[in-house]
Write a protein that binds this ligand. Structure first.
Ligand code: HEC
Length: 191
């Protein structure tokens, strides 16, 4: 009887927690997935139409500004944080934190071993606050090499613009099907 009462009390407490607006892991994952989808499909569309309209050189500026603005807007709309990160950044604003760096390194190892996951998900505690960390790898295709490939793949006009806009650019020299980076989402779970 005591056990039943205790279980009941716990169940009620958990239900109350949810009712008060605490985010469950499933809810946080759903949110993270939808944020990645919005940013991913948005960027892909913008990038392709910018290339069509003004070539790879013209798409460089469009892509940089749009990527940052879109990520910020989606973050605000969801009271969470999404951005793109990489071990070899073009824009230093996309530098990973320690957690993201370790995950990106794991993705590279997993890809080499044929065991890359679609997403890397974990609930973490930091400074007493609980949050979901959700990371989805971004792989290179042939299309990407026009701006992220070896020198021979990037047209001189494109290379010149990249060097002017991103003097600290490290995001070149990639081949097809490598980990270019990841979408990284942090969803606070205490509310
Ligand atoms: C027209 C040139 C162009 C093409 C094509 C392009 N990118 Fe980029 N990429 C950029 C620019 C410019 C940035 C810097 C964006 C910023 O300022 O945040 C960037 C940044 C990134 C980042 C963020 C990390 C970083 O290095 O700063 C990722 C991830 C990325 N690109 C992946 C890709 C993938 C995957 C493809 C192919 C599907 C691709 N890019 C195709 C120009 C391009």
């Amino acid at each position: 009887m005591k056990i039943i009462a205790a279980t009941l009390a716990m169940t009620l407490a958990m239900a109350a927690g949810t009712a008060e607006g605490k985010t469950t892991k499933e809810q946080a994952i759903t949110k993270a997935k939808s944020m990645v989808k919005q940013l991913g499909s948005g960027l892909k569309g913008e990038l392709q139409s910018a290339v069509k309209k003004s070539g790879f050189a013209g798409a460089v500026t469009a892509c940089g500004e749009i990527a940052q603005a879109k990520a910020e807007q989606i973050s605000q709309d969801n009271s969470s944080m999404i951005h793109r990160v990489s071990l070899k950044t073009r824009n230093p604003a996309n530098t990973p934190d320690d957690y993201e760096r370790a995950r990106l390194q794991r993705m590279e190892r997993d890809l080499a071993n044929g065991a890359l996951k679609k997403a890397y998900v974990e609930v973490v505690m930091k400074d007493g606050a609980k949050s979901l960390r959700f990371m989805k790898p971004i792989l290179t295709s042939a299309f990407c090499l026009n701006c992220h490939g070896a020198e021979s793949k990037i047209k001189p006009g494109v290379a010149a613009i990249l060097s002017r806009l991103y003097p600290e650019d490290k995001a070149r020299g990639y081949k097809e099907n490598q980990v270019r980076g990841a979408f990284s989402v942090t969803v606070p779970m205490d509310r």
